[in-house]
Design a protein around this ligand. Structure first.
Ligand SMILES: [Mg+2]
Length: 441
């Protein structure tokens, strides 16, 4: 692993002036113009987003609309349409995932991707492919800034470095000079309070921060978090949960009309198909499958202990990477769910784990000539071929058997549901994409 220690294996993607760009995307008459997005049709409210045309002419995000109008008399104001932005967000995730899987959705306009070594080596060419895919699907106004670096923190800082429409490959050897002029307050996680503590410890700029010893960082932060931050800054992953096992999995929150056994099973099969495709992008095999369901979506840990019911099933099998082996395991799990589960699930998750690298597998898997083994080899070829077709013709090109479209239409990277509302969360009738809500002032 040491040779990969500093490969730029995180890609951070941040859309530029997202809400304003979205309005310009859906309404071409707004393109090239200063646009402010406000929460209410009132000149006294602040701009929750302003277009790049407004930014270059001195208008800032959060500025009251009236003040912005004073600076730019020609500025157009529109009322925010969250349901439209969420729908666009979901389409964007799908497009990004045609190029590279998303590891985490950090906000409605920011995602991080964990790159395989082969992807990391593509560097800026990978960023260009993502931008090209987005351009093909959307319009030139919907731009993003991409940072590629060894850790998520560095990749995010790299993306910030060149906005709008930037792409920056930040190699660890470019540090600390590349970020030397970065104001400490611009670093994620460094707020007013932390700035005061850093100053008290004699840290005034990025270089000072860079030079801290881990022990000092821990003392300033008052916790191991300081050391973790410093590690990420120096290009070494410092995940919060060190005990997290490697796995490929997906989970899904189910709307009320998707809680019948048939639909839950349909959803689980789609989640499995997506997890299996991701596994096959590596040289790993999985030997365990976990199927889990919850009676409600968790909003807090307190709720977890108080009310939520959880049902979990784990199946074990020969190390595999084909859809048939995984499908058989899932069928067993779903059978168990039908027999045992006593609640209508509000969320379902499928995880492939017990991972083994190709070279690690010994025993009779390849030596045996049983029908099962031949079958498995054949199904591996079929699975690989289907992945290949999907990558060329799109994810919905083919699948094993019929299935209904999963609500939200997106079975891919894990979405932070807690932060990004679902379509069903909006009480009003959905707004048409092109139905711009112009302000009256
Ligand atoms: Mg943004």
């Amino acid at each position: 692993m040491a040779e990969f220690a500093h490969l730029p294996e995180r890609l951070y993607l941040d859309f530029d002036s997202f809400f304003a760009s979205a309005e310009q995307h859906f309404n071409p008459t707004l393109r090239g113009k200063p646009v402010g997005v406000v929460a209410l049709d009132s000149p006294h409210t602040g701009c929750i987003a302003v277009s790049r045309e407004a930014k270059v002419r001195g208008v800032k995000t959060n500025m009251p609309a009236r003040e912005a109008r004073t600076i730019l008399p020609d500025m157009t104001f529109v009322v925010a349409r969250p349901d439209v932005y969420v729908r666009l967000h979901k389409r964007i995730l799908e497009v990004i995932e045609t190029v590279v899987p998303i590891q985490h959705v950090r906000s409605i306009d920011e995602v991080v991707c964990a790159l395989l070594p082969s992807e990391a080596r593509q560097g800026l060419a990978l960023a260009a492919r993502i931008k090209k895919a987005l351009l093909l699907e959307f319009s030139p106004v919907l731009t993003c800034s991409i940072g590629i670096a060894a850790t998520e923190l560095l990749a995010k800082l790299a993306a910030e470095r060149h906005k709008p429409d930037g792409a920056v490959l930040l190699e660890t050897r470019m540090l600390p000079s590349f970020l030397a002029d970065l104001k400490l307050g611009k670093l994620p996680g460094i707020g007013e309070g932390m700035l005061v503590r850093l100053k008290a410890a004699g840290v005034y700029d990025f270089s000072g921060l860079w030079d801290l010893a881990p022990k000092q960082a821990r003392a300033i932060w008052g916790s191991v978090e300081g050391e973790r931050f410093l590690q990420e800054l120096h290009g070494t992953h410092a995940p919060r949960d060190q005990t997290q096992k490697r796995m490929f999995g997906h989970s899904r929150v189910l709307p009320n009309d998707w809680r019948s056994p048939d639909r839950v099973e349909d959803c689980a099969r789609q989640l499995l198909a997506s997890a299996a495709r991701r596994l096959r992008r590596t040289d790993l095999r999985a030997s365990k499958l976990t199927l889990a369901m919850r009676s409600q979506r968790l909003r807090s840990t307190r709720e977890k202990s108080a009310q939520a019911q959880r049902w979990t099933w784990e199946g074990q099998f020969q190390p595999s990477r084909d859809d048939l082996s995984f499908g058989r395991a899932l069928s067993k799990g779903l059978g168990a769910a039908r027999a045992q589960m006593r609640f209508a699930p509000a969320s379902v998750s499928v995880m492939l784990h017990g991972l083994e690298a190709e070279g690690d597998i010994t025993g009779d898997l390849f030596a045996a000539q049983s029908g099962d083994t031949r079958d498995q080899a054949r199904w591996e070829n079929v699975s690989n071929m289907m992945d290949d077709l999907r990558s060329r013709f799109g994810g919905k090109a083919l699948s094993l058997g019929q299935h209904e479209k999963v609500p939200g239409g997106f079975v891919g990277g894990k979405i932070a549901f807690g932060r990004i509302p679902e379509a069903g969360d909006f009480e009003d009738a959905p707004t048409e994409d092109g139905d711009t809500h112009f302000c009256s002032f």
